[in-house]
Design a protein around this ligand. Structure first.
Ligand code: PLP
Length: 322
């Protein structure tokens, strides 16, 4: 893996998967962004969001950054603030992985936990808390991952060019999980600007309001949104696939058992989405997807049979069938 120090995100490997599906002619590639130093694709987003403020002079060493995050962006910003000499407050909700909060604190970040609001809209409650903190700390900035053009810019300038370089510009389908939709949008801008024939598949959660979805309770962090993020208005994927939490678990298990890749819930959702779309995809197509994060923070949810049974229903057939 190419390294340029601890400041810049890594150029991550794109690996070929031959065992994920029983489809010998299919070319499936996984981009291992779980290998970023902060453990997720959000390493790229965090670096780009901060660079936007640093370049405009709004953020100088010692400055304070505040952001609402379901976990991964918080970890990435915590790390990026260390290497850029900034302070950081992460506004999180009760859904966040406990280990994610421990990691943020380990990097020296302050973690501000917003309790579940009566209306159940955690994202809206977190964003309101960010506004309160900005008033409390004059001079602080919020990186606004939901609306900042620096979010998609990260993936336009790194994620997608890296994939296309590794595949010699030849890719039929790209699967991306969505929350702010920044990753999808950055890849979309690259594809459309370069007039590539790559079809973009947005993988969203059941219960997410993205792409006209109906709101419903969701337990697993990473993908989906409770409020329509500003960025998503420009996201026009070729396909949207909505995945249940049980199918995310199934997808994670499949990737772990067939390819030895332990990934988080959103990547499990992508595997489930690919499984659903397979009958409509040419048998010799080239497909790539992002391994958005590692499965380690999900050991007590996705990979815990008791948790799955208690929260998602009887799952015993899932543990053996894959
Ligand atoms: C694990 C994981 N997958 C996918 C996403 C979706 O990325 P984006 O916010 O760019 O849509 C996120 C965002 O937080 C994430 O943490």
């Amino acid at each position: 893996m190419e390294r340029t120090g601890t400041l810049e995100p890594f150029v991550t490997p794109l690996v070929r998967l031959d065992n994920l599906f029983d489809a010998p002619d299919l070319n499936v590639y996984a981009k291992l962004d779980s290998l970023q130093l902060s453990g997720s694709t959000k390493e790229r987003t965090a670096a780009s969001l901060l660079d936007g403020f640093i370049d405009s002079g709004q953020l100088v060493p010692g400055g304070l950054v505040i952001e609402s995050t379901s976990g991964n962006l918080g970890i990435a910003l915590s790390r990026q603030c260390v290497v850029r000499g900034m302070k950081f407050i992460a506004v999180v909700d009760e859904n966040a992985n406990k280990s994610a909060l421990q990691i943020m604190r380990a990097y020296g970040a302050e973690v501000d936990i917003v309790l579940d609001p009566a209306d159940g809209n955690k994202l809206a409650a977190r964003r309101q808390r960010v506004q309160e903190l900005l008033t409390q700390f004059p001079g602080a900035v919020t990186t606004n991952q939901y609306g900042s053009p620096q979010n998609p810019a990260a993936h336009y300038s790194s994620t997608m060019p890296e994939i296309m370089r590794d595949l010699d510009g030849n890719l039929d389908f790209l699967f991306v999980a969505t929350s702010t939709t920044g990753t999808l949008l950055g890849c979309q801008n690259y594809v459309r600007e370069h007039q590539l024939s790559t079809q973009l598949v947005a993988v969203d959660a059941e219960g997410s309001v993205l792409f006209d979805g109906l709101p419903a309770p969701r337990r697993l962090p990473g993908l989906g949104a409770g409020v329509v993020p500003e960025l998503s208005l420009a996201a026009k994927p070729d396909h949207v696939v909505r995945i249940t939490e049980m199918d995310m678990v199934l997808g994670c298990r499949r990737l772990a058992h067939r390819e030895g890749i332990l990934a988080g819930a959103s990547t499990g959702a992508i595997v489930a989405a690919m499984t659903q779309m397979l009958p409509d995809i040419p048998t010799d197509a080239r497909i790539a997807f992002l391994v958005h994060d590692s499965g380690v923070p999900y050991l007590h949810t996705v990979y815990d049979e008791d948790w799955v049974t208690e929260n998602l229903g009887e799952a015993s057939h899932y543990w053996t069938a894959q």
